[in-house]
Design a protein around this ligand. Structure first.
Ligand SMILES: NC(=O)C1=CN([C@@H]2O[C@H](COP(=O)(O)OP(=O)(O)OC[C@H]3O[C@@H](n4cnc5c(N)ncnc54)[C@H](O)[C@@H]3O)[C@@H](O)[C@H]2O)C=CC1
Ligand SMILES: O=C(O)C1=NCCCC1
Length: 333
């Protein structure tokens, strides 16, 4: 190793990563991914190691974005928690490498990256697939992803009302006190969903919480939870009546209980819509099934690292720079 990797804390990631930089980079990366050209992007479906004893999983998420020379991996542990558990349901660490040498340049917190890039990708799906007149946003779940989704959706779109539901009403009320803006706390999922134009599911549920009979025709659903083959957030009625998009078709067919157990077909990847190779059926009920991809973390980590390098005191050198210095020393011999 050329030197010790830099460490970037959660607080610094939160300070350095901005949606205005993240959204356009993610959109480009999703489009590139869906060209499925391995000379541009290499990203296998993540390896998932079950931690059955603790009702959890460890996901390993490597990715290489060739033309930008970004080599990255995230390690993310995620759990099915009892309602009201104080343990986190997701823990993540992101490593950014020097692609030429293979050494780790930086180790950074992955919690903020996971929250922000997932919400940003849902916002991209909504931009492309929600009805032209979208006034009511509904969020099912009120944890970490609910907060990041609230932030980016209210910054990006002009909803007239945002509704939230959680089976534990005090959790939804805490969410309403945390976010910077108005929220209507609903007493049932049905009450939150009926009439909504955009519905985000960000729950830890393993059984459906969103039912097709409640969903307004033409609404857009960004389905973010239930990322294992036997967990569900959406019922069969919704999965069969909607046009289903995914971040990765291969990932969805391997990991999404909503898709595998309903037998619904993935109509297109969101990147295909970005590339113009698949249509955006805004006029129909749409589901975007998000599983999360290593390239989303890679793009985010690079943005954080570049910002961090540009702001850090001049006397501190990173693994990357100490390698450059050693190379320079040798060439001067
Ligand atoms: N698609 C993606 O890229 C990603 C997906 N996720 C998934 O998104 C979901 C939310 O993640 P976080 O917000 O970080 O978790 P969190 O633990 O902070 O929040 C989960 C929320 O779901 C609620 N909940 C739990 N069980 C429920 C049930 N049976 N019915 C309704 N609500 C229930 C909890 O009360 C809480 O409000 C998880 O399933 C997680 O695995 C997380 C990160 C990335
Ligand atoms: O992409 C991610 O990061 C995750 N996806 C599924 C569940 C937890 C984290």
């Amino acid at each position: 190793m050329a030197g010790l990797p830099a460490l970037i804390s959660k607080g610094d990631v939160a300070r350095l990563l901005l949606y205005k930089h993240l959204l356009p980079k993610l959109e480009v990366a999703l489009g590139q991914f869906s060209k499925h050209n391995t000379s541009e992007i290499i990203q296998p479906v993540r390896t998932v190691v079950p931690i059955a004893k603790h009702n959890g999983f460890l996901g390993l998420m490597p990715a290489y974005i060739v033309h930008e020379d970004i080599l990255c991996t995230k390690m993310v542990a995620f759990y099915g928690r009892e309602q009201g558990s104080t343990l986190p349901s997701t823990e993540a660490t992101v490593l950014l490498f020097d692609p030429e040498r293979g050494c780790v340049l930086v180790v950074m917190d992955g919690e903020v990256i996971t929250a922000m890039r997932t919400a940003a990708v849902s916002a991209i799906s909504a931009k492309l697939l929600m009805p032209a007149k979208a006034e009511i946003l509904c969020i099912l779940g009120s944890g970490h992803q609910a907060i990041s989704h609230y932030d980016v959706f209210t910054q990006t779109f002009a909803f007239k009302q945002v509704r939230v539901w959680n089976p534990r009403k005090e959790s939804a009320e805490r969410f309403a006190r945390t976010v910077q803006g108005p929220v209507t706390v609903c007493s049932s999922a049905k009450e939150a969903v009926e009439g909504a134009d955009v519905i985000i599911t960000v729950t830890g549920a393993s059984q459906p919480v969103l039912f097709g009979d409640w969903v307004k025709p033409g609404a857009h659903v960004a389905a973010v939870g239930a990322c294992t083959p036997d967990w569900r957030e959406l019922d069969d009625v919704l999965m069969k009546q909607a046009v289903v998009y995914a971040d990765s078709r291969e990932g969805a067919l391997k990991e999404s209980g909503d898709i595998i157990l309903s037998g619904a077909k993935v109509f297109a990847e969101i990147g295909e819509v970005i590339n113009g190779t698949a249509p955006a059926h805004r006029e129909k009920t749409t589901v975007f099934k998000s599983l999360g991809m290593g390239i989303q973390d890679a793009v985010s980590a690079k943005l954080v690292y570049d910002q961090w390098k540009s702001q850090r005191p001049a006397h501190k050198s990173t693994a990357e720079e100490s390698h450059q210095m050693k190379t320079l020393d040798k060439s001067q011999l």
